[in-house]
Write a protein that binds this ligand. Structure first.
Ligand code: NCD
Length: 306
């Protein structure tokens, strides 16, 4: 039995296989419509979510399985003081696989230690978000045709943004990727990623504050929102929240084929006027998330579809 805590839990070859499977699911959805009949997915969400929880549920439903779960800590026994370890022991009796999101870093890892079903980390605090990374990799591979040889700008809240942390860890395994880290000083990438992941692995990267300075060289731009819920005080959030706003005027500085990703939700960092630009692929990205989660569920449940 396997759990998924970090994008590095899969080798590059395994990631390729999951992305190939996701592409086949996209092309032939009817082939997979009954693959998980009789199986149940539990979604244990102690933190708000729209896309991740619902795309997991849609994924299991598309596979002919069923879903159960809760969408906030308040509606679970966590509000009565139950531990994650006890909750997962119980959920293991009710479901075949589970996706857990938690505000505390490491909570899904604790759950996995007490679980008799596969646990998928669906986002733990400011730490990791491996299934968003698989979604991002599928989006890049499908839209760009490759996962190597590009310059990617990561813009916004690089300090608390778990999607960025996971994506960097996954991308350093592919050749010739340059990272441009675009953030205000206060929201720079934490040392444990910059030094321990980028520097230690001799990756090409630079840090810039102005989005305009970075835009002309980028093949991909990964925008993120400022993570309001992880700030210690409201004042700092208010000061940071509109630091980056991508609009049509700024987009004019970008390459004609630069693609714009965003894990969503978007707050103010991308003007709606950008949505119609063919380079804006963030809504498509959310759709890829369903195929990738279908592929992941099949892989972890070891269901083969011929
Ligand atoms: C992201 C998350 O939860 O980390 N959302 C998502 O899962 N698509 C990004 C965010 O909340 O900003």
């Amino acid at each position: 039995m396997r759990h998924v805590m970090s994008p590095l839990d899969f080798s590059v070859e395994e990631v390729d296989r999951i992305l190939d499977l996701a592409a086949d699911i996209k092309a032939n959805p009817e082939k997979y419509a009954h693959a998980c009949e009789g199986k149940k997915l539990a979604t244990l969400f102690y933190e708000p979510s729209t896309r991740t929880r619902l795309s997991f549920e849609a994924a299991m439903l598309n596979l002919g399985g069923r879903v159960l779960g809760f969408s906030s800590a308040d509606s679970s026994s966590a509000s009565k003081g139950e531990s994650v370890a006890d909750t997962i022991r119980i959920i293991s009796c009710y479901a075949d696989i589970c996706a857990m999101r938690h505000p505390k870093e490491g909570a899904p890892l604790v759950a996995s230690m007490h679980s008799s079903i596969p646990v998928i980390n669906a986002g733990d605090g400011g730490h990791q978000h491996p299934t968003q990374t698989l979604t991002d990799l599928m989006t890049i591979r499908s839209e760009k045709g490759r996962l190597d040889n590009f310059t990617i700008g990561l813009c916004g809240d690089l300090k608390f943004g778990r999607t960025v942390h996971s994506l960097i860890k996954a991308l350093i395994r592919y050749p010739n990727i340059k990272f441009v880290l675009i953030s205000p000083d206060e929201l720079r990438l934490p040392d444990y990623i910059r030094d321990d992941v980028l520097v230690r692995n001799h990756q090409q990267f630079e840090e810039v504050v102005r989005l305009e300075d970075a835009l002309p060289q980028l093949d991909l731009l990964y925008m993120t929102r400022v993570q309001k819920e992880r700030f210690f005080n409201e004042e700092d959030y208010v000061r940071m929240k509109d630091f980056y706003i991508l609009d049509k005027a700024k987009l004019a500085l970008a390459k004609p084929d630069m693609q714009i990703l965003h894990p969503l939700p978007r707050v103010n960092e991308i003007e709606p006027e950008v949505d119609d630009d063919p380079r804006a692929i963030y809504f498509k990205q959310a759709q890829y998330g369903v195929y990738v989660r279908m592929a992941l569920i099949l892989t972890l449940l070891e269901v083969e579809v011929c």
